[in-house]
Design a protein around this ligand. Structure first.
Ligand code: CP
Length: 313
């Protein structure tokens, strides 16, 4: 793959997606060996630039880069000169001077990783930007589902919750559709954007959505931090209407449906406690696969190019 950056999944074609997912398979096999490292990125440097909190993405990128033998630096935004008002442009100029090869960036502002990519020769990987995209989450979700269903053609995945604010919903539905799956959204009308030209069914009623016959139910985290207005009456009400309650978990089990969630889970909101121990929950497997997929992404990108510093941020 001759690509410098990974900013979203819309711009990846099927061949590029297949290459990354295929490459993640041997990387995952490494995890069972006593030596889990390969020298693929020896001498390269990876910088983690997270302006928003993260557990899974940050730690799995760090582990992924170390397993490829890269040198990893975690830039602590809150201990940096950013708190003194240094702009993103100045920060990237400084990092460029350190000749970093890869920058993994998470930011609350949609489009910011793309802007950084235009400023630096380093490969920029979007680790989640605002409500725009979370491409490595989409790829690890696709990888996880392909372990269950090697051919995703026609498989039905119901994504439930706060679609409006969710970069995960955008990236995961993009890659799953590209791989031939059918995707539907379920959530309160206030959190599910109106039907667009994307062949995605929209449901506001849980029972109607289950009649559609999904093989997978993918619960999104309710993102209180991105909600500037109240989109539903209460979290308790949300759980009753859209969450996997104890009663619904039994129906999900009877139908052999798989459960997914990008984490972190709001217990008692998206999922009841018992759902976390459900035998067809793929949540822990998503986390494990995140390392292999992020190794494949780092391995596939090609740092270099123009990297002009221009514009402000
Ligand atoms: N899924 C995900 O992005 O989780 P983190 O916020 O913990 O990275």
């Amino acid at each position: 793959m001759a690509r410098k950056d990974l900013l979203d999944l819309v711009s990846l074609d099927r061949e590029e997606i297949d290459l990354i997912l295929d490459q993640a398979v041997p990387f995952k096999e490494l995890f069972t060996r006593s030596v889990k490292k390969v020298p693929a990125l020896k001498g390269k440097s990876v910088l983690m630039l997270f302006y928003e909190p993260s557990t899974r993405t940050h730690s799995s990128f760090e582990v992924a880069a170390k397993r490829l033998s890269a040198d990893v630096t975690s830039f602590d935004v809150f201990q940096s000169s950013i708190v003194k008002g240094e702009s993103v442009r100045e920060t990237i100029e400084t990092l460029q001077a350190m000749r970093t090869d890869y920058i993994v960036v998470r930011h609350g502002r949609s489009g910011l990783p793309g802007m950084i990519a235009g400023m630096t020769k380093a490969s920029v990987i979007n680790a989640g930007d605002g409500s725009h995209a979370h491409p490595t989450q989409g790829l690890l979700d696709a990888f996880t589902l392909k372990e269950i269903y090697p051919d995703l053609t026609g498989k039905k995945v119901l994504i439930v919750g706060d679609i409006l604010h969710s970069r995960v919903a955008r990236s995961t539905s993009t890659v799953l559709k590209r791989l031939g799956a059918q995707v539907a959204y379920l959530g309160p009308g206030s959190l599910v954007p109106k039907a667009g030209p994307d062949n995605i069914k929209r449901f506001t009623d849980y029972d109607e959505a289950m009649k559609w016959g999904p093989e997978v139910v993918y619960l999104l985290r309710v993102q209180m931090e991105r909600q500037d207005v109240q989109y539903f009456p209460s979290l308790r009400e949300y759980h009753k209407v859209y969450g996997v309650t104890t009663e619904r978990l039994k129906q999900i089990d009877d139908r052999g449906i798989y459960l997914m969630h990008p984490g972190p889970v709001n217990r008692g909101v998206e999922l009841c406690d018992a759902a976390l121990d459900y035998s067809r929950s793929l949540i822990n497997r998503q986390v494990e696969n995140g390392i292999a997929v992020r190794m494949a992404v780092l391995y596939s990108l090609k740092p270099g190019g123009e990297g002009k510093i221009e514009g402000g941020a």
